[in-house]
Design a protein around this ligand. Sequence first.
Ligand code: BMA
Length: 326
Amino acid sequence: MSAPSGRQLFIRHPSNPILTANQLPYPANTVFNPGAARVGDETVLLARVEDLRGISSLLVARSTDGVGDWRLDEKPLLAPDPAHPEEVWGCEDPRLVYLPEREEWAITYTAYSNRGPLVSLAMTTDFREVRRLGPVMPPDDKDAALFPCRFDGRWIMIHRPSPIYGPANIWISYSPDLRHWGDHAVLLEARDGAWWDAVKIGLGPPPLATSEGWLMMYHGAHSTASGPIYRVGLALLDLEHPEVVLHRSDEWVMAPVTNYESVGDVDKVIFPNGWVLDEAADRLLLYYGAGDSVVGLAVACFSEVLEYVKQTPAYQHRRASDDGRG
Ligand code: BMA
């Protein structure tokens, strides 16, 4: 019997797209690629809003059911700050992680500097005020998220540097204080050739702690004659040693198929960077940018996602020399 397909796991919500530029309190080009969090009895999306110059800021939207009735702030939580020249061309693609030890949320986002995109870190307790810690990875680097806890006293971040030579793999790095990062190593490799996740991959939403390990979603940007196709797959990391990848799906679990995913400022893009787990309802709500233009929501049965990822192939590193230590 063939292995079950993951392509039925995430069901698009009938109200999609759940956020468009028409709902914004000021004129803008697009709203997409939101981070997501459950804060008290509200779902908070920190969405990337690209203005009519092409510069992005991060705006908060709140909803009780996480589906509709979005209440949008009047102005962005994070907009390019003249005191932070690394943000001169925008703040993009946030990932939100609550750090119980610090009782605050970590926002990892792409700061677009005039020397390329880099990873910046900011903290908030309420998504009303924010405190920047500044750049934590130099350019080019993006698609970063923290783990919510320390491992052997150190914080861990997943991120995606873009080397000049070789594939853009997903990396893992360690820090004693959230400022100084080291022991960099490749975590998950892009595949080669015709694969959907060949050459360039990047983390999706922050890793999610489950009984089976850390659930990880990632995007693959498969290059074609008409531009890349952004699709997403799943992996599972060891709970205590997240540098160990246990499983990785061969097939993608979501691909751009609807009109709002296939046609936009950038065609054929599914780009999730936020999810919210409703454990009581066994539901995983995945928020994603569609076509670099609007926000979509797809809902999965959480236990089915776990069952699926557990039966995907065991992961094997192929290029040990790529991990920076070889
Ligand atoms: C990536 C990022 C995302 C974007 C995606 C598709 O490199 O820049 O912000 O959604 O490309 O264009």
